[in-house]
Design a binder for this molecule. Sequence first.
Ligand SMILES: [Ca+2]
Ligand SMILES: [Ca+2]
Length: 232
Amino acid sequence: MKLSTILPLGMLASSIALVSPTDAAVILQGAADNYIAFEAEDNIAASGTDTISSSLHQWGEVANGGASGGAAMQAQGAGSPAPDDNTAFLTWDVEFVTAGDYNLYARVLATGTGSDSAHQGSTWNQTAGTNAFVYVGASSPSASYQWINGNGGADFEVLTADVGNTITFSVSIRENAFQFDRFVFSTDNSLTAAELDALSNSSVIPEPSAYGALTGGLALAIVLLRRRVSNR
Ligand SMILES: [Ca+2]
Ligand SMILES: [Ca+2]
């Protein structure tokens, strides 16, 4: 067997080894971007539910033509959990390539005063159920999706030590029917709604389902290898 026929297989094998089966999808800042943007309904790394007075509280994906990507995550469950009850949570894994102070913007649907707030981690890597998340809400309810400034305007600090590492951001339920549609973390703290809408979603580091694509590539390499062998 010639070295040239073996090499492609070897290269594929090392590509596979780089993807750990335990990795969740990680939302990755673009090399030239000063922001990370992602849909609330996509690439959720972890979630939790909570039962209060026999009512199950959880985040559910809902379709809505007004939502970015056509869908959003909605707080579901009768009544309202107590403030700072963050067991019914969603978590996303993100990775920055540039350190700095990042402002959180959230595109939300808050149609009434009884459904215009939620909770969020105020720093990276806050663990639901143990840390007190902070209030995030719309200043005024609206029938349409709106961008709000999260974290009370306080920045999320990405340290040099955070760069290239997976860090997590989490939200949890406060009021029923509140929706998170999309998130942006940007070093620009004065982005308008139009500017936020215009930002492309950040790319994602493949999750384990990418094994299928890699396996497909491996199968193709084996077919090509067999073809070469049979042609000899
Ligand atoms: Ca409220
Ligand atoms: Ca969305």
